[in-house]
Ligand binder design. Structure first.
Ligand code: BGC
Length: 902
């Protein structure tokens, strides 16, 4: 009987598999959808980097082949102190580089600042703060001995609202992402730390991002059209390159069915030729999927060094790269370019300055002064290997700044300015410290009764770092999870800050910081309250962690842990049905609020995004009006999930041997989709209320340069030529392991074990298209692209006025409507444009109201790129030369106050 049952079970499983998943293993992967682009452009041709390349060439010339390989290959997972470490060339004073996450602070260490996450920073729309936060992160990284900080994150851009890592970036718009990235990069790099723009490109969801992580043998392919790639996904990378970013990280996924870290069109063609990137491309951790092919395609550094499998020490480069150069399959000049790019970036950031970057012991006390792998003072020096040597690994260096320079100030200000006031009926907020409203002379007989509800209001009872990489939803939500999170030095929970801030003489505060209020307790907890605060949240994070059924990407766009029901219960019951309810949301992205947003007792709603360590303090600043809310939505909040469009859902189940995700919406992501299909959102992109009322007037739009279809031709002359090196290959035996070398298990060395396969042999089977040099892009010619793309064509000015006598900050947004009915004369094709696109923004502090100067001058400049579309046929940016552009200024994508045609 048992045998029969077992057999039946097996038959059932086989049937299910053949009907469902297993068929995907039978089909052949698609190929050839991403065009070849060879040879890899060499670095060292542009003015800004010329000096650094000159110095780098002088150093690289002295290096042996194994020394060069050592710089391009990580030493293996957990082999040294950082999440990524390159091999040093001690003989020439070139150190091992420490690469450490991440986008909101220095990961895996102590005494740092847990800044608000990118999405909160985007919500501030404050460029100065973006820069300040970047600078503070850069300083913290430098003082911890980090050479390369793995941030900012500008991909995913957020085309899928449930995407697990959208929160690491700044919002669902290329201009918002691009400007925020550029400011962040300037800040980080001003402190001498190399920034990393990641993930290039198309890593829009966590499911299937990596081969094998999700049970499929291949990573997902993001299939992106050329126009959307340029106008949406690569745009912020162009801004990053223009800002001088030292490194770009290629992503796990495939793009048009070619792995992003081995995609010659993306790396050689777009990044290095068209965008003129002079720094180095590093792989995401194990995103490299080929050896020779990825070198030829433009990858310069493999991280963490291990190849197709985690922590097995079997690199696709290291000894394999040494061999590949010796036998001629990777040309020596590609190898030289790879290493020179890394060394040049090091010089470019001034990391050769020993006073700022001392050498590591025994010469100095430089290098990382923390270990990613233990919190103890002493620990293993090479924890990923069999080596048992220990030493002091954590020096607990406090890098948080003190006094006026304490970074927590920037963290608090960013968190406060990142709070978006979504609803504020009858001016419910701000609250007044004396409990009454201005002008209200009636003396209150009793204290104002405040109730605080919801688990998201309180601290995690096990501490803010109880879950690995913040991979759980316990207590208040300060950040998403994964490599983009850090160890909180502390996390001020809202409830604690409120207890401190509400004067006990005036307010009587009670709390029930849990999500399930038993029905029987409702009257007791809610009936007598005047004001009820209710907190709820929604988390997501990187795909290697899962919590409460959320595997990286969110399962839906609703609040988690019963948040919606809790809010309804509180709103219904507060003050016996007559109280005022104020909702506070912490979230990684948009949440659908339709179940309660129109509830008559819900008078105010605050979206506090992901506020970092200063969460509660920042919230209290806004509640009492010490900070006038000035956050605006960095994405659209829809009424229904479907409203984001048919291609906006996560692909949760594989649909092919290489899961295929077509970016079929093209340019129509987020507000562009809502505008095109005239869908009313709940709160539109760019929306945010203030305690002030702002007014825009006196628009002036001026043309500053003559209109013409195409930019000036790409400049022919570059400031410098790439460095040249001796072209003779070394004798293979020179790359053998030195005699009596003590190898550590799984540690990745550049040496080879034998000279077999290390001599030139027949022609290597190069990829299709390798032998034909790709034409240079007309859109290239400088870091960020053809310099003429940045010529200012339109200047805009206006006046913004603060109508209320309350200090406040106004976010003015500049949108462009391209000419309607524009037809390309050469092809007769009508060019489709989104209704409007964001092209600029700024925040204006109008605090100085006592002297009557409650207005500020608003100015924007629009460049040729801002007024062009990407023409896939011409492979260039084209500025419509007929029809009118409409320039709009407003306070959100749907609150346009002024418009002018040009
Ligand atoms: C992430 C990167 C991160 C790297 C190193 C990867 O899993 O995708 O963003 O920088 O790990 O921690």
């Amino acid at each position: 009987m048992l045998c029969w049952l077992a057999l039946l079970f097996l038959v059932m499983v086989a049937l299910l598999l053949s009907a469902g998943g297993i068929w995907v293993y039978k089909t052949a992967p698609q190929d050839g959808q991403s065009p070849p682009w060879y040879p890899s452009p060499k670095g060292g041709i542009y003015e800004d980097w010329a000096d650094a390349f000159k110095k780098a060439a002088e150093l690289v010339t002295q290096m042996t082949l194994v020394e060069k390989v050592n710089i391009t290959t990580g030493t293996g997972w957990a082999m040294n102190m950082c999440v990524g470490n390159t091999g040093p060339v001690a003989r020439l004073g070139f150190p091992s580089l420490c690469l450490q996450d991440g986008p909101l602070g220095v990961r895996f260490t102590d005494h740092i600042t847990a800044f608000p996450a990118g999405i909160t920073v985007g919500a501030t729309w404050n460029k100065e703060l973006m820069y300040e936060r970047g600078k503070a992160m850069g300083l913290e990284a430098r003082l911890k001995g980090v050479n390369v900080l793995l941030g900012p994150s500008i991909g995913p851009i957020g085309r899928l609202p449930a995407g697990g890592r959208n929160w690491e970036g700044f919002g669902v718009d290329p201009v918002l992402q691009g400007m925020a990235a550029a400011e962040t990069i300037r800040g980080i790099q001003e402190e001498g730390v190399m920034a990393t723009a990641k993930h290039y490109v198309g890593n829009e969801q966590e499911h299937f991002r990596q081969a094998f992580e999700w049970g499929t043998p291949n990573a997902i392919s993001s299939n992106i059209g050329d126009r959307a790639l340029h106008e949406i996904y690569a745009w912020p990378f162009a801004d990053s390159v223009r800002a001088g970013v030292a490194s770009v990280m290629c992503s796990y996924n495939q793009v048009n069915n070619s792995y992003a870290c081995g995609n010659s069109k993306l790396l050689n063609g777009i990044l290095k030729d068209e965008l003129g990137f002079q720094g180095f491309v590093q792989s995401d951790w194990l995103a490299q999927r080929s050896g020779v092919a990825s070198a030829l395609s433009g990858l310069d550094m493999t991280m963490p060094g291990d190849g197709l499998k985690w922590a097995n020490g079997d690199s696709l480069w290291g000894p394999e790269l040494t061999k590949a150069v010796l036998n001629g399959s990777v040309p020596l000049d590609r190898m030289n370019d790879m290493v020179t790019r890394v060394v040049a970036a090091w010089y470019q950031l001034g990391q050769d300055d020993r006073s700022r970057w001392p050498l590591p012991p025994p010469e100095g006390d430089g290098g990382p002064n923390f270990s990613s792998w233990t919190d103890e003072e002493t620990g293993l020096i090479h924890p990923g290997s069999d080596d048992t040597i220990t030493g002091v690994v954590n020096k607990f260096k406090d890098v948080q700044g003190t006094g006026d320079n304490a970074h927590k100030k920037i963290a608090r200000q960013t968190a406060a300015e990142g709070i978006v006031l979504l609803k504020n009926n009858n001016d419910t907020l701000p609250l007044y410290r004396n409990g009454s409203r201005p002008g209200d002379t009636s003396k209150r007989e009793s204290k104002v009764r405040i109730g605080v509800f919801g688990e998201d209001a309180r601290a995690n009872l096990d501490g803010p770092n109880a879950c690995e990489d913040r991979g759980c939803n316990e207590g208040t939500l300060g950040s998403g999870w994964g490599s983009g999170a850090v160890e909180f030095p502390y996390l001020v929970a809202p409830l604690d800050a409120m207890r401190d801030a509400f004067d006990e003489e005036v307010f009587y505060l009670t709390d029930y910081p849990e999500n399930d209020i038993p029905k029987t307790k409702v009257p007791e907890l809610l009936d007598d309250q005047d004001i009820c605060f209710v907190f709820a949240n929604s988390i997501a994070g990187e795909g290697y962690l899962a919590a409460d059924g959320v595997k990286g990407d969110r399962n839906d766009l609703y609040l988690q842990k019963g948040g919606d029901d809790l809010i309804k219960t509180v709103a219904d019951g507060c003050g016996g049905g007559n109280g005022t309810t104020i909702v506070v949301i912490h979230a990684v992205g948009p949440v659908i609020m339709e179940k309660w947003i129109e509830h008559p007792n819900i008078k105010a709603v605050l979206l506090a995004n992901l506020p970092g360590q200063e969460s509660g303090n920042a919230l209290v600043d806004v509640l009492f009006g010490d900070q006038n809310p000035s956050g605006h939505l960095p994405y659209t909040i829809a009424k229904r999930e479907e409203d984001y469009g048919p291609s906006s859902s996560i692909l949760y189940y594989p649909n092919d041997i290489v899961p295929q995700q077509n970016f079929s919406e093209g340019l129509y992501v987020d507000y562009r989709h809502f505008d095109k299909f005239d869908i009313e959102p709940r709160f539109e992109f760019g929306y945010g209320l203030s305690y002030s009322t702002f007014h825009l007037s006196s628009l002036m739009v001026q043309r500053k340069a003559p209109r013409s279809l195409l930019p000036e031709p790409r400049p022919n002359d570059t400031a410098a030529s790439p460095p040249t090196f001796d072209s003779a290959l070394p004798e293979p035996s020179s790359a053998l392991f030195p005699e009596s070398f003590r190898k550590l298990d799984k540690y990745i060395y550049p040496y080879i074990g034998s000279v077999d396969d290390a001599r030139p042999h027949g022609k290597y089977p190069y990829p299709a298209g390798y032998d034909e040099a790709a034409p240079l892009s007309p859109a290239g010619g400088a870091p960020g692209g053809n310099p003429d793309l940045y010529t200012v064509h339109v200047k805009i000015s206006a006046t913004v006025t603060n109508k209320k006598l309350v200090p406040g900050q106004a976010v003015v947004q500049c949108y462009v409507k391209f000419p309607q009915d524009y037809v390309d004369e050469e092809t007769g094709e009508k060019i489709d444009f989104p209704v409007r696109v964001l092209r600029g923004f700024d925040k204006f502090d109008i605090s100085n109201i006592s002297d009557g100067s409650h207005r500020r001058l608003v100015e924007f400049e629009l460049t040729r790129r801002d007024l062009s579309y990407w023409d896939a046929r011409r492979q260039n940016w084209v500025m419509p030369d007929k029809g009118e552009f409409e320039i709009e200024l407003g306070f959100s994508s749907r609150d346009i106050r002024l418009s002018g045609a040009i």
